[in-house]
Design a protein around this ligand. Structure first.
Ligand SMILES: Cc1cc2nc3c(=O)[nH]c(=O)nc-3n(C[C@H](O)[C@H](O)[C@H](O)COP(=O)(O)OP(=O)(O)OC[C@H]3O[C@@H](n4cnc5c(N)ncnc54)[C@H](O)[C@@H]3O)c2cc1C
Ligand code: FES
Length: 377
């Protein structure tokens, strides 16, 4: 073997052996015994075995903090405020925390270990988060790269009341190891089903080329397969006001709006509010649910669906608005949307689309604090 390759190989081998020795020594020598986790000033006190990361320790006690990377310190979703001393912030945490969070001792719960009694603060909504066993009831192609995945909860979960969530919230799909992927990962997907159906969870999943979860869903997952889902999570839901709602989505960003609109149709909630829904796609082959949205428009005169294509093909015979969704949005603000009521913005999709639409919304009179979004990043 070339000496150029041998050097890095030996260094790598020594590092792996050292890491293994440190981890084994930590387990044998550092027996932390039982420790207490005090949550929200004594609201819950858990007695747990010390020595493991806070994220996994809480999950073992059925308290699920959001995690999109499965605890590898690469998503920044697992933030928890720690009120007791667990040592200084680690370099792995700092890229995900702003200065205010650092000052308040917000931590990445996957990066800190529970070694002694610890006090933390958690949003109480997390106490309702559960891990659900489900079976794939149906998978349907909505476009060439978006699948509608319909999951049925296990009989035990249904007997225990099923899933309860607010339309707009998301769940985390647990992806098991498959092919060359050796570790389980979790990814966030907005629920497109409604809370009225407590027995099912529906997700709309767009294939990201090379992506771990979406490749699994698109190329491996079959009807009848078992799937685990953790949820509900998130702050993306309709605010309880009379304001005109401006929805904007692209691709699988349709998911939370499908849930919100079908919830509206099933319950009559929000039907007195003006709703404008702008859905952007490149060409006709990226469009879906046009009939469902047209049906909702017929039933609810206050609901206006505006699908727009940025690059329609001649064969699309498209007669709707043409242009980037930002331009279409801007023109509707200027020409069609009444300014007599306050407005709220709701956006879901790629970070680029969201940032561009936020600019258009603020330029047209919606203040930043009335714009809500989930960035699918
Ligand atoms: C709140 C929220 C809600 C969401 N809701 C939805 C939804 O309803 N529907 C939906 O489709 N998505 C949704 N997402 C996005 C979703 O969570 C995932 O991020 C997305 O599906 C990609 O996951 P993945 O595992 O397939 O890709 P990942 O494996 O995470 O890869 C992401 C990117 O990295 C690249 N990559 C992967 N491996 C490598 C490598 N070895 N080297 C270099 N590059 C690499 C991929 O090509 C891709 O560009 C949501 C996200 C959030 C935060
Ligand atoms: S779980 Fe992803 S950073 Fe902690």
């Amino acid at each position: 073997m070339s000496p150029f390759l041998l050097g890095p190989l030996v260094v790598g081998l020594i590092s792996s052996v050292l890491a293994l020795v440190i981890s084994i020594t930590d387990r044998i020598v550092n027996d932390y015994g039982e420790v207490n986790i005090d949550i929200n000033g004594g609201k819950k006190i858990l007695t747990v075995k010390g020595g493991s990361p806070l994220l996994g320790t809480l999950a073992f006690q059925n308290i699920f903090v959001p995690s999109a990377c499965g605890g590898r310190g690469s998503c920044g979703a697992c933030k928890v405020r720690v009120l007791s001393d667990v040592g200084p912030h680690l370099p792995t945490e700092l890229p995900y925390l702003n200065s205010e969070e650092v000052a308040r001792n917000v931590r990445l719960s996957c990066q800190i270990k529970v070694k002694k009694n610890i006090a933390i603060e958690l949003p109480e909504a997390l106490f309702n988060v559960r891990k659900f066993k489900t079976t794939v009831e149906q998978i349907r192609n909505l476009t060439y790269d978006i699948k509608e995945v319909y999951l049925r909860l296990s009989d035990e979960a249904i007997a225990a009341g099923g899933i309860s969530f607010t339309p707009g919230q998301y769940a985390q799909l647990v992806v098991p190891p498959y092919g060359d992927v050796k570790e389980s990962v979790q990814r966030a997907y907005s629920m497109s089903s409604t809370p009225q159906d407590r027995e099912h969870i529906e997700l709309l999943i767009r294939l990201v080329p090379g992506g771990i979860a979406t490749t699994w869903v698109h190329q491996y997952l079959k009807e009848g397969d078992p799937v685990e889902v953790v949820g509900p999570f998130g702050e993306f839901f309709v605010r309880d006001t009379d304001a005109t709602m401006i929805f904007v989505a692209g691709g699988s960003g349709m998911a939370p709006f499908k849930s919100i609109l079908n919830h509206m149709a099933q319950t009559g909630q929000w039907t007195n509010r003006e709703i404008w829904y702008f859905f952007g796609a490149r060409s006709r082959r990226d469009m879906f649910y046009l009939d469902e949205m047209a049906d909702l428009e017929r039933r609810f005169p206050n609901f206006h669906f505006v699908p727009a294509l940025s690059e329609p093909k001649p064969e699309d015979a498209w007669t709707g608005p043409v242009g980037l969704i930002t331009a279409v949005l801007d023109s509707y603000f200027k020409e069609k949307i009444g300014k007599d009521k306050p407005m709220e913005g709701y956006l879901c999709g790629s970070p680029g689309m969201i940032d561009a639409c936020v600019k258009v919304m603020t330029a047209n009179g919606i203040s930043q604090d009335k714009i809500y979004y989930d960035k699918f990043a």
